[in-house]
Design a protein around this ligand. Structure first.
Ligand SMILES: *[C@@H]1O[C@H](CO)[C@@H](O)[C@H](O)[C@H]1NC(C)=O
Ligand SMILES: *[C@@H]1O[C@H](CO)[C@@H](O)[C@H](O)[C@H]1NC(C)=O
Ligand SMILES: *[C@@H]1O[C@H](CO)[C@@H](O)[C@H](O)[C@H]1NC(C)=O
Length: 325
């Protein structure tokens, strides 16, 4: 199912449309996308939302606790969502989360570009042992055969690590650093439908099973949502984002939507400094809490050591100073 289509229609009906880019750079000329200007960004949501780098939108609220950011649906019409203010251009994202329970409730991680390139993880509240991976290129929805399912234990009670390594040759989805799927460039309609343009990360939940939705959406999401059994909460503990092509902005050089057409602009040092300051604050908070290295969740080290991907720094630009530990 094309997540964006459903999700956006839910959001549009809530008046949240202004937060989405209406400018498709493959159709007309659009302003550049703001970029994450350095390679490595991480956040532990237990400390709260980092407003410099994230925005919260759509009805429904969020809370912070030791469990991270809780995104909650307690009644019809809510779909709380967190979104990065900037885009990355190929990269590695890792999100530690617990999906929301509740029939018809959809939890998701989405990387999405302004031209409709999209890479997803999604969970249905009625299927706690399963996740779906999906992708779309240039909003192409002529067929519905891109989704794949994977078994995962207890997605609603156990915080797992979900990661996407996205480079210009392939996309690999990981669960606890075990690869569950790889898509190669040529497999996506000879590359033309391979996601390859600057993308933002969005984390959120929405109610596919809302009785106001079309029957098709309700049945796709596992049935009607019963709000009296809620509230339904998805917890995002922490996020790491590596931008393989850090830049202060990305200019769409033409309307092809190909990665070769994207120009990287480096400048605006002030923004970079602000973000570095923010990163240092987060680091020192992390140090105080006495935690270990960021991606090493307790009990998951063995799997990581076996299967952690090599970041694709060799692609495109590459001063390669960062690495995934
Ligand atoms: C995130 O912060 C919370 C609160 O200090 C802490 O309990 C937790 O261990 C941290 N998690 C990670 C992985 O840094
Ligand atoms: C946040 O937590 C408080 C206290 O537990 C609760 O009353 C409130 O409804 C929560 N808000 C959201 C949006 O979950
Ligand atoms: C859309 O996807 C279909 C099925 O994969 C493919 O045959 C078609 O060429 C694609 N269309 C475009 C415009 O990329």
């Amino acid at each position: 199912m094309h997540l964006s289509v459903l999700w956006l229609s839910a959001l549009f009906s809530l008046g949240a449309s202004q937060t989405f880019s209406k400018c498709d750079p493959t159709i007309k000329s659009c302003p550049p996308n703001p970029g994450l200007p350095y390679r490595d960004y991480q956040i532990n949501f237990s400390y709260g939302l980092d407003h410099l780098n994230w925005e919260h939108f759509a009805a429904g609220g969020y809370n912070y606790s030791h469990a991270g950011a809780g995104l909650t649906i307690s009644k019809s019409g809510q779909s709380p969502t967190l979104q990065t203010k900037w885009y990355i251009f190929f990269g590695l994202i890792e999100v530690h989360l617990r999906a929301a329970p509740g029939q018809g409730i959809v939890s998701c991680i989405v990387l999405e570009s302004d031209d409709g390139d999209e890479i997803d993880f999604e969970w249905l509240g009625g299927e706690p042992q399963r996740l779906q991976t999906n992708y779309f290129g240039k909003r192409n929805t002529t067929t519905w055969d891109r989704g794949r399912f994977s078994h995962v234990d207890d997605t609603q009670y156990v915080t797992h690590s979900y990661a996407i390594d996205w480079n210009q040759d392939s996309i690999t989805w990981y669960v606890d650093w075990q690869p569950v799927r790889t898509l190669r460039f040529h497999e996506a309609v000879d590359g033309t439908n391979f996601p390859q343009t600057p993308a933002r990360l969005r984390l959120g939940i929405w109610s596919g099973g809302d009785p106001k939705n079309p029957e098709g959406t309700i049945s796709w999401s596992g049935g009607r949502t019963d709000y009296s059994k809620g509230p339904y909460t998805m917890y995002v503990e922490r996020v790491r984002i590596v931008n393989y092509n850090p830049a202060t902005s990305y200019v769409w050089g033409d309307k092809s939507g190909s990665w070769q057409s994207i120009q990287q602009v480096h400048g605006n040092r002030r923004v970079v400094r602000d973000m570095e300051t923010q990163a240092r604050i987060l680091d020192s908070q992390a140090d105080q809490s006495g935690q270990q290295s960021f991606v090493r969740a307790p009990g998951r080290r063995r799997a990581q050591a076996a299967a952690r991907p090599e970041p694709s720094y060799r692609h495109m630009s590459g001063d390669g100073e960062a690495s995934i530990h």
